[in-house]
Ligand binder design. Structure first.
Ligand code: SF4
Length: 203
C-alpha cells in the first residue's frame, strides 16, 4: 500500500490538497525541509490524494509491481512544473526570467511603459494552482507592460508596503500605487479593478 509523488510536476506546496484529504497522516508537510513528506507505512491506498490532485502528481499503488512501474514512469517523465504552470502572482517564481533583486527595482522601472513589480516572501508564498497567472493579471494593460518579481522577507518601508505580496505599479520611474496582500485566482477581478483605479487616479 503506497503512494508516489511525482515531484517533477508537483509544486510541493504546504497547501497541497492531498495532505488535506489524507485520512491517515501518510501525507504531511515537513516544516524543516519544506516538502511533502510521505510515510507509506500509514498509506491505505484509499486513492483520495490521487483524486484531489488536479495535475496528477500522485499515483496510488497496491503491489510492488505497480510501485516499480509507477516509479519508472516518474523517472522517465520529461515534464517539469514550468510545463504545467505559467508564472503566477503570489507564488514563488518558477521562471528566472521574472526574478530581480530588490536593489534592481529603481533601474528596471525607468522605462516609459508600465512596469509591475511583485514583491513576495518565498516563505509564505501560496500554492501555484491557487495564484493568479501573470498573463491574466496584465490582460487589461498595454502590451509593452513589464513584469518582475523580487523576493523580500519583510514589507519594504521605502514603498510603504503594509503586507506581502505587494504589487507595485510604476510608470517612467514613478510609483503610481501598490496593491498589498494575497489574492487568489477567485479574486482576479478584484485585483484588476484595483489596478484600474491606480491607473485612473494617476492620470
Ligand atoms: S492513498 Fe489515501 S492514505 Fe494513501 S497517501 Fe493518499 S490519501 Fe493518504
Amino acid at each position: 500500500m503506497s503512494v508516489l509523488v511525482n515531484f517533477k510536476i508537483c509544486d510541493n506546496a504546504k497547501e497541497c490538497g492531498g495532505i488535506a484529504v489524507c485520512p491517515t497522516g501518510a501525507l504531511s508537510w515537513d516544516e524543516v525541509n519544506e516538502t511533502i513528506k510521505i510515510d507509506n507505512s500509514k498509506c491505505v491506498s484509499c486513492g483520495l490524494c490521487e483524486k484531489e490532485c488536479p495535475i496528477g502528481a500522485f499515483t496510488v499503488v497496491k503491489t510492488k509491481e505497480e510501485y516499480d512501474k509507477a516509479q519508472k514512469e516518474i523517472d522517465e517523465d520529461p515534464r517539469t512544473t514550468k510545463d504545467l504552470f505559467v508564472d503566477r502572482f503570489g507564488a514563488v517564481a518558477i521562471s528566472d526570467f521574472f526574478k530581480i533583486n530588490l536593489d534592481e527595482i529603481t533601474t528596471k522601472v525607468k522605462k516609459d511603459c508600465l512596469t509591475l513589480i511583485e514583491i513576495y516572501n518565498p516563505d509564505v508564498a501560496e500554492c501555484l494552482l491557487k495564484s493568479i497567472p501573470i498573463k491574466d493579471l496584465t490582460r487589461n494593460l498595454a502590451k509593452d507592460t513589464l513584469f518582475f518579481k523580487a523576493e523580500s522577507d519583510s514589507p519594504v518601508d521605502e514603498y510603504e508596503i503594509k503586507e506581502l505580496p505587494s504589487l507595485l505599479v510604476f510608470k517612467s520611474g514613478k510609483l503610481l500605487g501598490h496593491i498589498d496582500g494575497y489574492y487568489s485566482i477567485d479574486e482576479l477581478e478584484i485585483v484588476l479593478s484595483k489596478l484600474t483605479t491606480i491607473l485612473k487616479d494617476s492620470n
